[in-house]
Design a protein around this ligand. Sequence first.
Ligand SMILES: [Zn+2]
Length: 111
Amino acid sequence: MYRPEVAAYKCRCAEFILAITPPLPNLPHRDPSICGVPSLVIPRKDAQCVFSMRAERDRKPIRLTLKDGKVERWFLYRCPRCDLAVAYDTADKDAAYTYTLESALLKMDVD
Ligand SMILES: [Zn+2]
């Protein structure tokens, strides 16, 4: 029988942030030649991917200049305890993807 594996991740400060199936290592990396910040891609409109994120999303985006010179808006998601940026998406509404910042999240052991 199919049993989806749910993985949990915490912030660097140990605050619980993300529960997701499939686990992050099974998700694709964003092409590092685009932005240079190691990010994993969470598809928001894929029924195979279910997640819950406990993070506060900034109302105002930051602007990043990509390697090809284009400017991208990042709406950051921050840890509710320590304010560290843990993820972002690039659309104001209805983002197709959310990107997690690889260096921010640590896997939790849950039994
Ligand atoms: Zn934190």
